[in-house]
Structure formats: structure tokens, C-alpha cells
Design a protein around this ligand. Sequence first.
Ligand code: UDP
Ligand code: MG
Length: 315
Amino acid sequence: MLISVIIPCYNEELVINETHKRLTHVMKSLNHDYELIFINDGSKDRTQLILQDLAAKDSHVKVLDFSRNFGHQCAVTAGLNNCTGDVAVIIDSDLQDPPEVIIEMLDIMQKEQANVVYGVRKKRDGESWFKLVTAKMFYRILNRLSDVKFPLDTGDFRMVDRKVIDQFNQLDETNKYIRGLIAWMGFKQVPCYYEREARFAGETKYPLSKMIKFAMIGLFYFSKKPLNMATSLGFASIVLGFLYLLWIFIMIIFSMGHLVTGWTSTIALIVFFGGVQLLTIGVLGKYIGNLFDEVKGRPEYIISEKINFDDKKTP
Ligand code: UDP
Ligand code: MG
């Protein structure tokens, strides 16, 4: 059996050597053939040089070098598209997902005859409370909104078999929310609980802006409920406006109060309805933007160089 390990790397010069060492140690202990596919996602530091060096010394190391930074999900996609294993493991390069868990994942996969073994974080070390709270909230909200049920507290750290890899490679969404797509696929999916460690070195490559973009893809690609909410909000504001008019009408009939003094309420209503309109237009815009991305059909990533692959051609 051949096991492919997919490792996206972006500016990880401080950790790559250690990651390679720990992964090699784990993979050797499994007594299966293996390949370590490192994807250099347009790093600006020495990541690619280190990878070239590793690939020259160790034929298990394969490298996909992107022409620029395309993002973590595109890097994982490239890994899945180019791996030849019977099973593949997706793992972060910063050693937050301990490579030793792969042994347990393989064990679970074989015992349970599972197609997917996904890592569930029992504990997360070395992460800010902001990230922990927002991540927890996001997964719970997404689960509420989506028709697909996602396992909670799960990242992309998982083992998938060839059936899943082949299905995945047939999906042609440009913006991929990989953990969602794999959950959506079905098959037999089993959890594997592990403790997420602190980053080995360096700092997160997922600043808030990237996190929001990622969360938006998860939300808008897996749920049409924001559109329904926009409609409900519009409807609610119409009802409110109508009630207000009714109130004014009653005031006129019974000559109560002074209507000219309604300046504040007028402004308040303009602001309220303006807000509702902008919000609903925003939601529509988001879906149209996503359609635009998909219709263009641009490749998700561009590979500038492949090292240690049998086919040297770039797709
Ligand atoms: N990563 C990537 N491209 C990016 C951002 C991140 O390939 O644009 C990789 C990164 O090198 C790491 C993994 O994705 O292996 C997860 O990123 P990170 O550890 O920075 O995210 P966090 O664990 O803080 O959420
Ligand atoms: Mg990390």
C-alpha cells in the first residue's frame, strides 16, 4: 500500500526540516511505501530551497512549487490531484497536527473499514482565545445553516482513501472548502480524537482576513439560507414600515400629537431601511461574486515546478 502525505507550506522555513524528520520517522514505522508531497504555496522565504534540498536527499519527498500564493485550500487540492497513494493524509506543516496520529488514523481506517478518518481536536494549545471562540462559533453556525452536517472542531487533518480522492478530483469548484466537501461526499467517515499542539515555530499564516475569506466560502458554498434570511428581513421591514404608516394615519385621524416633530423617527427609518437594503444587496452580491468566480473557470492553482514526480509536465 502506498500512503501519500500532503503538506501545504507557506513561509515555513523554520519548521520544514523538523516536519520532514518527524514524518519520515512515523512513515518508516508503518512499513508501507510512502510519498511526502510538499506544496510550496508561493513562499517568500527559503522554503523552496529547503524543499529542493530535501528532495535531492530523499526520494520520498516530492515537491509542487506554485507560481504564487494561492492559499492553503488550493495547496491541499493540488496535493490530492497529484498524489498516487491508495490513501492520502492531509496535514499542516507546522506540526500542530502531530504526525504520530497518522499511525492511529491508519489503524482506525483498517479496523473500521472507513473511507475517511478525520481528526477531531480535543484540545488546542498555543492559540489565541479569539481564534478559539470564533472558530467554535463559526462551525456551530455553519452546521445550523447548512444542509450538510459537518463534524465539529475538525480541520483538514484527515486520512482519505482512493475512492474519496477520485471523487474529490472530479469536483470542479474553484473555491473549495475542503473539509465541507469531504463531509458532503458521504462514504464511511470516522473520527480520530487528538490533541492539537502549539506551532513548532514561526507564526500563523492565517491572518484574520484569510480566516474571514475562508469562512465566507464555507458559508456561502454550503448554504442558501443567507438568501432566505435576506428575504425575511426585507419582508419584516415592509411589515414594520406598514405598521408605522398605520400609526401615522391613526394620529392624523384622531389629531393626536404634532406630526412635524417626527424628524428623528424619519431619519431612524431611513437609516433602518437603508441598512436592510444594503445588507440584502450585499448577500446577493456575495452569491453573484461566487458565481462569477465559478463561471470564469480559471485553474485553482498554477504549478511552476514539479520535483521527483514521474510526470514532469505541469497541468
Ligand atoms: N498555508 C498555506 N498557504 C497559505 C496559508 C497557510 O499553504 O496561504 C499552510 C501553512 O504553511 C500551514 C497550514 O497551511 O502548513 C496551516 O496554516 P497555519 O498553521 O498558518 O494556520 P493555523 O494553524 O494558524 O490556522
Ligand atoms: Mg497552524
